[in-house]
Unconditional design. Structure first.
Length: 256
């Protein structure tokens, strides 16, 4: 495992550097286009007005723990029925947008169509919706991919978002801190219980890095929050390793 990690790290770093160089060169040659519809915008990493209007940003009022939006303002520090009935293992969750419409298109382009450059815009949305949790953080960590899926996709979308958020917040990104030791099935289409079974025992702390966790407040980054099974499994593992608090930040979330 250590040998594979040592080999993967420089290759992935070189791939990111090449992709960044290619993106920079592309902006000199090609006009900036909206990532949602490919219409010219004149501004890199920006949506056109039509795509922007199709995105539902998650704003207050919402549950203080789960970030679920309320239909009307119920006052300060109000919790949703779900947070009361099923308290999550993490301390707080914030998401930038609802996982629907153009936001869903952007996530699929980012994950499955080899578009890591979208991380800049998406992380910007996340930082503006973070509601102070980046300022509370000692460090930022990302949900990992198993090496088999990493080879297939060529990059970890959550790590790219975390890397951009680290730049914006000036907080350290603890790359490779969490490892996905067990390959899991895709979560899409699984029930909540099946999702929990699927990720149980899948995560571990990289050998020798427990000292980077103990007593720290960590922001855990992922692209989409659905039932929360993956986030919950990673959070429990971080807290077992000594993390004081785990705050979750995602680009999108499913609203029920």
């Amino acid at each position: 495992m250590d040998t594979i990690h040592r080999l993967q790290t420089p290759l992935l770093a070189a791939g990111r550097a090449l992709g960044t160089f290619g993106a920079a060169l592309g902006t000199l040659v090609l006009p900036a286009m909206c990532p949602g519809c490919k219409r010219q915008t004149g501004t890199p990493h920006a949506l056109c007005p039509d795509c922007w209007s199709d995105i539902r940003f998650i704003e207050r009022p919402y549950c203080e723990v789960l970030g679920l939006p309320f239909s009307h303002d119920l006052g300060t520090d109000i919790l949703s029925p779900e947070a009361i009935a099923h308290p999550p293992p993490f301390d707080k969750l914030r998401s930038a947008v609802a996982y629907e419409g153009k936001a869903r298109v952007l996530v699929h382009m980012f994950k499955y169509r080899d578009s890591p450059d979208l991380a800049v815009m998406m992380a910007g949305f996340m930082a503006r919706s973070a509601d102070g949790i980046l300022e509370e953080a000692d460090a930022i960590v990302a949900i990992p991919l198993h090496r088999r899926r990493l080879v297939a996709r060529r990059f970890n979308q959550s790590a790219e978002l975390a890397r951009q958020l680290a730049k914006l917040s000036k907080r350290p990104f603890l790359a490779g801190l969490i490892e996905r030791r067990r390959h899991t099935d895709h979560q899409v289409g699984l029930t909540r219980a099946a999702r929990e079974d699927n990720v149980r025992g899948a995560f571990a702390i990289a050998k020798g890095r427990e000292g980077e966790i103990f007593g720290k407040t960590l922001v855990l980054v992922d692209d989409v929050f659905t039932t929360g099974a993956t986030i919950a499994a990673a959070t429990r593992m971080l807290k077992k390793a000594g993390a004081a608090r785990v705050l979750v930040l995602t680009f999108a979330r499913v609203l029920y």
